[in-house]
Write a protein that binds this ligand. Structure first.
Ligand code: HEC
Length: 145
């Protein structure tokens, strides 16, 4: 638990340094996500969402993901996944493996262009379990195009 708190402190520091402007504007601080009960995924990143429909903790992942999203992504992407229009509305992300790949790519690498951080590398601050839970929730509210 202590270790976790320290990690969070470091995280807050890291964000201030790395994300700088984007976070200052969005007023975002990473929030601890309680992933208790979700299968531990280890260090190595999965290529596809492990908690997808059929996984025994699919429903729990949706619950965890909904609040983890509102805590860590909503400031930029909109509460409950509904974007105000400036940043991508993540309900429109493609479902299935292809969307997983894109999601993973983004949360690991963020979006940095010409030295500006549009989206921080969220995987540096939020666990793989919490991020796939977010993906699971996003798929549950996905809008078909
Ligand atoms: C500081 C603001 C900010 C935060 C916080 C943030 N994002 Fe983003 N995100 C963006 C922006 C801006 C883009 C568009 C990047 C671009 O223009 O290339 C983006 C793009 C994405 C994309 C690609 C969308 C697409 O349609 O191509 C995904 C997936 C994504 N974000 C997921 C997340 C998740 C999950 C979280 C929370 C864990 C998160 N983001 C937190 C700002 C943010």
């Amino acid at each position: 638990m202590n270790h976790y708190k320290n990690t969070l402190k470091m995280t807050a520091l890291g964000l201030a340094l790395v994300a700088g402007q984007a976070f200052a504007h969005g007023n975002v601080t990473p929030q601890a996500v309680d992933t208790k009960g979700l299968e531990n995924l280890g260090e190595e990143w999965r290529d596809t969402n492990p908690y997808r429909e059929g996984h025994p903790q699919h429903d729990l992942a949706i619950q965890v993901g909904a609040s983890a999203y509102n805590q860590n992504c909503a400031a930029c992407h909109g509460l409950d996944g509904i974007s105000g229009g400036i940043n991508p509305d993540l309900r429109y992300l493609e479902t299935g493996d292809y969307g997983d790949e894109w999601f993973k790519q983004r949360v690991i690498n963020g979006a940095v262009r010409d030295g500006r951080v549009y989206m921080p590398r969220m995987a540096d601050f939020v666990s793989q379990e919490a991020l796939w839970a977010i993906r699971t929730w996003l798929e549950s509210v996905a809008v078909e195009q």
